[in-house]
Write a protein that binds this ligand. Structure first.
Ligand code: HEM
Length: 459
């Protein structure tokens, strides 16, 4: 019996059906809109006050004199939402660009609201209904989690520097920033550059899916070309990822930018969840912070190559004890933080009748090109582990730099033998280093890397 993948595909694979553009990929081809209509000025004006060089807000966990000087203006900014009306959103529901802008604005406002509040770790953070209800409503229409996502910070956050020129890494800026630093811009830019460089891989995958048949020499040569193109893209993604080190300072990332990203679960399972006032079942919402782990491009590469992060398929070498302790559901869960149409894209891709790993297994000439792709992705994850270690793990262990009052205060307290910080109440015991989604970081990243290695085929 001929394998199923040899037959003419029953389905056309069309990127455009999934709102994936042939030149900009998962980034919208039309630049995201920059303001909602007048009826939503309540939100837009609040964002204006938070999103500028002289923002009225400061990080609640920052006890520097400059931050303390903004405590009153921060409190006033937040108080405004406690008495603000719950604006109806139905006028946005038929326009995906307006819905995305609303999600972007509201999700940034929620993070500004939560993280400008001085922390009280034993008490739940309450998000007022004026923010919580419209955010949950527009999120349900978009089919995306009601929190700041990779889409809000990168995909739906760009603007063209010169609107007469096409989108490119040198012709983009970002509309909303927590810190206004060049480091934050560079971090989003690195992610956007990866999305753009990934587009030829998406086109190659779509060409593969649409090949009339697979089996004859001509079609096998075409599959080998697809795999070579995808491997070249992944190698470039690794260089782009590493280039972030030149433009984004680890201490700025760790101490000034990343605290704004923290989601409801960032301090681990025991910390109280955020409460969305006016929302039923608020405790069942998906509320992890934004992560490039939500990049549909990276998931597309995994799905195309059949990387099994869930440890469901029999692969060798068997997962280590450490791999088994990691959160196997992380990558699957991150898909809920993508726009639903991109989730559908991944589902469609994963349901392919011609999984390229199976095809390569049946055709020895494809094993090397296939393994070269998987090796490139494994090398991306090795490089990513080093970046995450430099920006997160080492920063969490390093003595704080001068000018980092939060870290300095915590160290002083620790030296004096205190178990909890008297100001924030935070435990001073050494905690496992967690990702923005609350996962134990190195366990998770190594498990993702090792799942990639297990995808390699034997020669
Ligand atoms: C300074 C740069 C970066 C740092 C510090 C960093 C850090 C992290 C951390 C802490 C995680 C754990 C999951 C979580 O968010 O909770 C993670 C996951 C992830 N990140 Fe990054 N990241 C960086 C840049 C990027 C870029 C540019 C990409 C590519 C788009 C990327 C792709 C991923 C992916 C795909 C995951 C899921 C785990 C995996 O697939 O290995 N990261 N990252």
């Amino acid at each position: 019996v001929e394998p199923a993948h040899n037959h003419v595909p029953q389905r056309q694979f069309n990127l455009a059906d999934f709102d994936v553009d042939y030149t900009t990929g998962f980034l919208p081809a039309r630049p995201p809109i920059s303001r909602l209509s007048a009826e939503f000025e309540l939100w837009e004006q609040a964002l204006d006050k938070a999103n500028c060089q002289n923002s009225v807000l400061s990080l609640g966990e920052d006890y520097s004199p400059e931050a303390l000087a903004k405590r009153d203006s921060s409190a006033q900014w937040r108080a405004h939402f406690q008495s603000a009306p719950v604006l109806p959103t139905s006028s946005l529901h038929n326009d995906v660009e307006l819905l995305r802008r609303a999600h972007h604005v509201l999700a940034f406002l929620v993070h500004f609201y939560v993280h400008s509040t001085p922390p009280t770790p034993t008490q739940a953070v309450h998000i007022p209904a004026s923010l919580a209800v419209p955010l949950v409503t527009v999120s349900r229409v978009l089919g995306i989690a009601p929190i700041l996502t990779f889409a809000d910070t990168v995909l739906w956050n760009y603007a063209l520097i010169d609107p007469t020129q096409p989108l490119s890494p040198t012709n983009m800026r970002f509309q909303t920033l927590f810190t206004g630093t060049q480091d934050e811009t560079s971090f989003y830019l690195c992610c956007a550059q990866i999305e753009l460089r990934g587009v030829p891989a998406l086109r190659a995958i779509s060409n593969y899916e649409n090949l009339a048949s697979i089996g004859d020499n001509d079609s096998l040569a075409k599959v080998a070309c697809v795999l070579e193109d995808v491997a070249a893209v992944i190698n470039d993604l690794t260089s782009t990822l590493q280039s972030v080190r030149c433009t984004c300072e680890p201490s700025v990332f760790y101490h000034a930018i990343r605290p704004w990203f923290r989601g409801s679960d960032a301090s681990g399972p025991e910390s109280p969840n955020w409460v969305f006032e006016g929302v039923e079942d608020s405790d069942r919402l998906d509320l992890s912070g934004p992560s490039a782990g939500q990049s549909s491009l990276m998931h597309s590469l995994d799905v195309f190559l059949d990387v099994d992060h869930s440890l469901e398929k029999p692969r060798l070498p068997a997962p280590s004890e450490q791999n088994q302790r990691a959160d196997h559901k992380f990558m699957k869960r991150m898909q809920r933080y993508m726009p639903s149409i991109h989730q559908n894209f991944l589902q469609f891709l994963s349901a392919t009748p011609r999984c390229v790993r199976n095809v390569a297994r049946c055709h020895p000439s494809l094993i090397d090109p296939y393994n070269a792709c998987v090796t490139a992705l494994k090398q991306f994850r090795d490089a990513h582990l080093r970046v995450a270690c430099l920006y997160v793990v080492s920063m969490s262990r390093a003595a704080p730099k001068p000018g980092c009052p939060v870290g300095a205060m915590m160290l002083k307290m620790q030296a004096e033998g205190a178990l909890t910080c008297p100001v924030t109440g935070e435990s001073l015991k050494r905690q496992p280093v967690r990702g923005t989604g609350g996962n134990e970081l190195s366990l998770l990243l190594k498990a993702c890397r090792d799942a990639t290695t297990r995808t390699l085929l034997d020669r």
